[in-house]
Design a protein around this ligand. Structure first.
Ligand code: SER
Length: 291
C-alpha cells in the first residue's frame, strides 16, 4: 500500500472517477440552501438530493466530489464523539461518486473494487464487505453480495447487517436505500482478524467507504423514478489507513496544526491529545461557516 498524503488521496479518487466519465463537481457550502429539513450538509449526496428524487436535472449523469460535511445535528450527529473517538471529527471531507439513473450496483461495485485494490492497492486480505440482510419492507441485498463475490471476494468476507448499518437514510425524508460498506482490518496481528470485529467497537476495524444504492423515498418508501448510486468515503479515515496511523488526528492533515497548538498555546496548560481534538476542529469549522 502506498503512503499517500490526504491531498494525494483526494486527487487520485477524483481523477479515477473522472476517467470513468464522472464530472468533477466542486464542494458546496456547508450551509444547506433551500432545504428546511437539514441545517448543514451531512453527506456528499446532499447537494444532489433533488437530482436523486427526480425533480432536478443536471447536464451529467455521473459526478464525483470531495464534499465538505458537518455532522452536528439530526440523524447524523457526531458532536459527542469528538474527543473520545480518534475517528470522528464532525467536520470532514467526504469523497463520493454518484450515478443519477446511470450505472447501478454492478458498475458501482466493479469501480469500487478497482479503486480499492488497484488504484489504492489496499491489501485484499484485510478487506470486509457488508450488505443489507433484508426485513419486511426492503429485501435482502443478495445482488450486491453476489457482485462482490464476482469480483473475487471470498464469500466469507461478505457479511449481512440490518437497518442501522446497511440501510442509508439522510433524514426523515429524502432518497434512501440499502448500502454496502467496506471495512479495513488495521490490526498488527492478522491471526486476530475475525468477522465479529466488523461493526463492533474494536478500533482495529475501520469503515472507510459506503456505497448506497438509492431506490426509495424515505417518508413514503415509494420507488424513486430512477435507481441511483451515492457513495461516501471519509477522506481523513482513508488517510489514516493509508498512512498507517491509529487516529485521523495523526494524519498529515492535522499533525502540524496540533504540534503548533501544543507549542504555542498548550505549553503551560494541561491540554491532552483528546481535548486538543475539538480545539483543532472548531476554528476550521467556524472559518468554513463564515466563507
Ligand atoms: N450517503 C452515504 C453516507 O453518508 C454515502 O455517501 O454514508
Amino acid at each position: 500500500m502506498e503512503k499517500l498524503s490526504t491531498a494525494q488521496i483526494r486527487e487520485r479518487y477524483l481523477a479515477f472517477f473522472e476517467r470513468y466519465g464522472h464530472t468533477r463537481v466542486p464542494s458546496t457550502s456547508l450551509v444547506v440552501a433551500d432545504d428546511p429539513t437539514l441545517l448543514f450538509v451531512n453527506s456528499g449526496m446532499v447537494p444532489f438530493k433533488d437530482v436523486f428524487l427526480g425533480v432536478e436535472k443536471r447536464p451529467y449523469t455521473r459526478a464525483v466530489t470531495a464534499q465538505k460535511c458537518l455532522r452536528v445535528s439530526g440523524k447524523h450527529n457526531d458532536l459527542d464523539e469528538v474527543g473520545p473517538s480518534p475517528r470522528h471529527q464532525t467536520f470532514f471531507e467526504m469523497l463520493g461518486n454518484f450515478s443519477f439513473g446511470d450505472y447501478f450496483k454492478a458498475g458501482a461495485i466493479e469501480m469500487a473494487w478497482q479503486l480499492l485494490t488497484e488504484e489504492f492497492k489496499l491489501p485484499v486480505e484485510r478487506l470486509w464487505l457488508t450488505v443489507f440482510e433484508g426485513d419486511d419492507e426492503v429485501p435482502a441485498d443478495d445482488e450486491a453480495a453476489n457482485l462482490w463475490i464476482a469480483q473475487g471476494v471470498d464469500p466469507a468476507r461478505v457479511l449481512r447487517f440490518g437497518r442501522k448499518d446497511n440501510l442509508w437514510v439522510m433524514g426523515d425524508s429524502g432518497p434512501c436505500g440499502p448500502n454496502s460498506e467496506i471495512t479495513v482490518y488495521t490490526g498488527d496481528d492478522m491471526s486476530k482478524m475475525r468477522a465479529a470485529g466488523v461493526n463492533s467497537d474494536d478500533p482495529d476495524y475501520v469503515e472507510i467507504w459506503n456505497n448506497v444504492f438509492m431506490q426509495y423515498e424515505r417518508a413514503t418508501m415509494q420507488k424513486l423514478p430512477a435507481q441511483s448510486v451515492d457513495t461516501g468515503m471519509g477522506l481523513e479515515r482513508m488517510a489514516m489507513v493509508m498512512q498507517g496511523v491509529r487516529s485521523n488526528y495523526d494524519t498529515d492533515a492535522f499533525v502540524r496544526i496540533i504540534a503548533r497548538i501544543m507549542a504555542e498555546l498548550a505549553a503551560t496548560s494541561c491540554i491532552t491529545g483528546r481535548s486538543l481534538r475539538p480545539i483543532v476542529l472548531w476554528p476550521i469549522t467556524a472559518a468554513l461557516l463564515r466563507s
